[in-house]
Design a protein around this ligand. Structure first.
Ligand code: 5RP
Length: 217
């Protein structure tokens, strides 16, 4: 039997549910991607007094166009909440992020937040994480770094706003914690797209017409 998933509806209802978690006066981290694209109008529509930081220029522009107060992330040292999508969500809360090449800024923003809420459609929930795992690499010594993190391939996208080269590790992902430690240890790796459960407060997934919520702390 073929089950058709209305992915856009699932993204929208997850994003709208997360927008309701934001309270007046909060400092809010805004993620990047097509699920966050549903969050921004839902948040702007609430008319709250917020200070927002964006994880990409796409989010910054869209947020400002919708009337959100988006400031540079050099004037705040912590955030009340951050809301972002994910490419893969494992049952134990490990995430893969960076399909939109924004994982370095996303990790910085999410790590600064008291509460990181993941929003996703049901296709993102997986039994186990699998490659590709996004990487941001220094351009200096790029070929040597790619050789070190092999198997890896450079992604055909522009550099990050911080000048990093976007690539993907395509080898096995047996233990995400071990892989995360190894990737972080390789000279030339600026950041990888494995996000540990300790960073995550809540996962909000749209499944059909329903919202499935899971608190990790
Ligand atoms: C961008 C990301 C996104 O959160 C992730 O790729 C999910 O995107 P989408 O909501 O479009 O499925 O990590 O770097």
């Amino acid at each position: 039997m073929v089950v058709l998933v209305d992915v856009e509806r699932e993204k929208r209802i997850a994003a709208e549910a997360a927008a309701e978690l934001v309270e007046d006066g909060m400092r809010v981290g805004l993620g990047t991607g097509s699920t966050v694209a549903y969050l921004l109008p839902a948040l702007a529509g609430r008319g709250l007094d917020l200070v927002c930081v964006a994880t990409s220029s796409r989010t910054e522009e869209l947020g400002r166009d919708l009337g959100l107060n988006v400031v540079r992330f050099d004037s705040l040292d912590e955030l009340d909440i951050a809301i972002d999508g994910a490419d893969q969500i494992a049952p134990d809360g490990w995430l893969v992020k960076g399909g939109g090449a924004a994982h370095t800024r996303e990790k910085i923003v999410l790590a600064a937040a008291d509460r990181f809420v993941v929003i996703a459609d049901s296709t993102k929930a997986v039994d186990a994480l699998s490659p590709p795992i996004p990487l941001e690499l220094m351009s200096f010594g790029l070929e040597a770094t790619l050789r070190h993190v092999a198997p890896a391939r450079r992604r055909d996208v522009p550099p990050s706003p911080d000048g990093g080269v976007i690539a993907d590790y395509v080898g096995p992902v047996e233990n995400p914690a071990d892989l995360a430690v190894w990737l972080a240890s390789v000279p030339g790796v600026i950041e990888h797209g494995l996000f540990p459960p300790e960073l995550v407060a809540e996962i909000v997934v749209g499944r059909g017409a329903e919202i499935h919520r899971r608190s990790l702390r």
